[in-house]
Every structure is written in C-alpha cells, then in structure tokens.
Design a protein. Structure first.
Length: 451
C-alpha cells in the first residue's frame, strides 16, 4: 500500500485492561500490515469496537457505542464498522440480528486476523457474506505480537488467557475460553521491549494470575515467572492483579517479599463473606481460608496493600448472609475494594438459581457495603498522614494548574485513586517526586511536593 492509499483505522476499547492489551495488539498488527491508526472514528475508513460482555451494564455500554459508530457509517463519516471482543464471542448470532449494518465480527480469540478481515471489508467479500471470524477461543500467544499504544511509564501485560474455574456467576469462560498460559520467554520479551520503550511500571493481568503455568505440566509457575521478570532491566514496578487466594502460597509470597521490583500489592477477588454463598457461587474458598491468607500475606509483607472485589445480591443471599459479608470486610480491613451488584447472566449456572434477589435490595446492599468500605479505606489511608511517599506524576490537575496528579506504588492505575499534590515546579508524566501526605480520603491522598 502506498502512503496515500493506506486505509485509516480507529479503534475504540471498552471493558477491562485485558481488552486494552488486545486492542494494542490489533493496532500493532494493523500498523505492520500497512494500515494507519486514526484518532477519531469520524473520517476513518474503518472503526473497530473492542467490546465487553461481562455483565448487563457493560453489554449496554458496548451496544450504545456500537450504535453511535453505525450512525457515523450511515452518515458517510466512516466506511465500515467492525465489532470485536467479548460481546461478539458471547452472542454473534444475536449481534448480527440486531445490527445488520456491522461489516464484520471478530471473536475474542480471533483478533490476530484483524488485518485480513479489514482488507476483506474494504475490498468487498467475493460471495457477499461478511468476513466474520468467530471461532472457539484458543489463541495461545505462543509468539511475540507487535504492539502499539502501550506508552508512557505504565503498561499492562497479559500472562494468560481464559479461565477454568467455572464460578456460577461468571460468563468469562464463555467469552474467553479455557485457561492457557503464555510462554514465559514471550512474556519476558514483551516486558523487555516495553521497558526499552520507557515503560517503568508493568501490571501483570490474567483471568487468574496464580494459575499461571498449571496448564503446562513441569513448566514454569508464577513464582518462577516473577523471578524472571524481576531481572528485566528498566522495570521498576511489577504489580500482580487477579490472584486467586487458594493459590497464594508461601513460595509466591517469599518471591514477592524478596524481589527487587515486585510490589507488595495483591489483587485477590474474594467475592463474598458467607460460606453458604461462596458454595453457591462454586468458589473453593471459605471464610477461614480467606482470613488465614490475608493474615499470612501481612505477616510476610507487613506493608502489603490488598485489593479485592465482592458481589452483593447473589441468588439466595439473605439478610444474614449479607451481614456476614459486612463482617468479613470489618475483619479483613482491606485497603481497596470494588463491589458489583449481581447481574443475572444468561448461560451461567447462577442464572437458574432461586430465589433471585430483587434489584432494589441489591442496590440497597451495594450502597451499604460501599459506605462501610469507604470508612475502612479512609481509616487505612490515615496511616500515611505525615509520611513522605515517592509519587510518579501522571498529569496536571485540569481544574487547578498549581496541583498535579500521580500515584505511589500502593495505587494501581485506573482503579485505586491518586495522590494529588501541590507542585513546586512544572512536571512531565513519568517524573518522580517526593510528596508529604497531609490529607487522606478513602481513595485519594493529598499533600505537597518536597524539594
């Protein structure tokens, strides 16, 4: 393709960080194949929408974004619209029926074929049928992929794909397929390339990070992978997300405690505090194990920052079971918690469970859980008052140029709040400054830059 004929592609990404990574791979594959990346959908030859299908609100957001892109196409502002990712994988037939104007569908494991599909869309398919690619998700990432868009000082790296857990509430296995680990040498190469490009914070993500390597008998496990990545030149922060508590063992904690760059930060989805609800969810953990794991983490790493997620309103959750969840929150005193109101997902075992909790009850319980955790989180944050933290600058405060926004190592990107501080001088993203903490809220810390 000549420079003047290079078609332009706009990629819009919804959902989790794993979708962000897939979009960056698609951008790299398209750039390598002669496409030009556009910043806006209007005026681009093709608009690609990477969708989320996790729960009802996410599906609705994806559909609304798709309708906006199709309206652009109808007005002649873009030639074609391609839909990719989890929503496609979950219901390609339904999407085709609802949105006949979509030019192609790309399943969650089929994104490596994006350049071929877009060429067919732009050139016209021989038999007139859309060039959809929606197979069983099985792509293993066994070879390095080009990647575009992962810049700045922070990036996500996917270490595995899919999930074998079969939690009753979760549609991820339907959308992402069976669990499969990426080869350690491919992950290491990707991390090294990102570090050479200036990335200093690597956030390791998966559906279940702690299961890494279990699908390869005799292969490397997560502790070995972390040791390997800890030696990559240029990486300063290595953060682990989505660690299932049953597999957080002494070996893993020892590696984290002894490493140079692996942060004492663990994101463990615990989901509930009632053994009866956990059993109905088909989760292997029970409250005694959860409490023992948290105690062990804090014994091994007294400065550990712990993050988790919980679901309220799961089928059969009565008043007593919900109170058990609140009691566990009080007992654990986690630093950060995200809450979801249970979403009844077609195709999951929990969709057929009874009794289903009324929506108004779910919303009431969600507000109570969030309010309790806000008090706990603020209390946990107060221990930083008067302390000096090393903060990586992300941006200038848009409302007041005297202030800057950044993160210290105990705050993961996008989900954990920020450090907002009065600056002494102009900064660029990625600068490191020392900030004395003067105020604490449930999510954010506020302070002043030190000379």
């Amino acid at each position: 393709m000549g420079a003047r004929t290079r078609p332009s592609v706009y990629i819009e990404t919804l959902g989790c960080a794993k979708n962000t990574v897939d979009s960056e791979y698609m951008a790299g594959l398209l750039a390598r194949s002669g496409f030009r990346l556009a910043e806006r959908a209007a005026g681009a030859d093709v608009a690609v929408l990477e969708t989320c299908g996790f729960i009802g609100p996410a599906r609705q957001e994806s559909q609304e974004a798709l309708e906006e892109l199709l309206e652009l196409k109808q007005r002649g502002r873009t030639r074609a619209v391609v839909v990719a990712g989890c929503l496609v994988q979950r219901d390609p037939v339904g999407l085709r029926r609802l949105y006949p104007g979509v030019d192609a569908l790309l399943g969650s494991g089929d994104f490596p074929q994006v350049a071929e599909v877009l060429r067919q869309v732009l050139e016209g398919h021989r038999d007139g049928e859309p060039p959809d690619r929606v197979g069983v998700p099985s792509y293993r990432y066994d070879a390095p992929l080009p990647r575009l868009g992962a810049g700045g000082f922070s990036a996500y790296v996917k270490i595995s794909e899919g999930c074998d857990h079969g939690c009753a509430f979760c549609a991820i296995p339907l959308m992402r397929g069976r669990f499969r680990s990426r080869p350690a040498e491919v992950i290491e190469r990707e991390v090294a390339e990102l570090a050479q490009a200036g990335v200093r914070e690597i956030n390791l993500i998966a559906q279940d990070s702690t299961a890494y390597g279990l699908d390869h008998p005799g292969g490397p496990r997560l502790p070995e992978l972390l040791r390997r990545l800890d030696r990559v030149d240029g990486v300063e922060w290595l953060r682990l997300h989505y660690a299932y508590p049953t597999l957080v063992d002494e070996r893993l904690l020892e590696v984290m405690a002894e490493s140079r760059h692996i942060l004492h930060y663990l994101d463990m989805p615990l989901q509930h505090g009632s053994d009866a609800v956990l059993q109905a969810m088909r989760r292997p953990e029970r409250r005694p194990l959860i409490e023992e794991k948290v105690q062990r983490i804090r014994r091994t790493m007294p400065d550990a920052i712990l993050r988790s997620t919980f679901i309220v309103g799961f089928p059969g959750e009565g008043r007593a079971q919900f109170e058990e969840l609140l009691d566990l929150l009080r007992s654990l005193e986690l630093d950060r918690v995200g809450f979801f109101a249970y979403s009844r997902e077609p195709g999951t075992p929990a969709a057929d469970l009874h009794p289903q909790v009324p929506e108004r009850v779910k919303e009431s319980r969600l507000r109570r859980a969030e309010a309790l955790q806000a008090r706990i989180g603020e209390r946990r944050q107060r221990r930083f008052l008067g302390r000096t933290l090393e903060v990586w600058v992300e941006a200038q405060d848009p409302d007041d140029p005297r202030y800057w926004v950044g993160r210290w190592w105990g705050q993961a990107p996008e989900v954990d709040g920020n450090v907002v501080f009065a600056g002494l001088r102009p900064h660029r993203p990625g600068d490191r400054v020392r900030v004395r903490i003067e105020r604490a809220e449930a999510a954010d810390l506020m302070g002043s830059e030190l000379p």
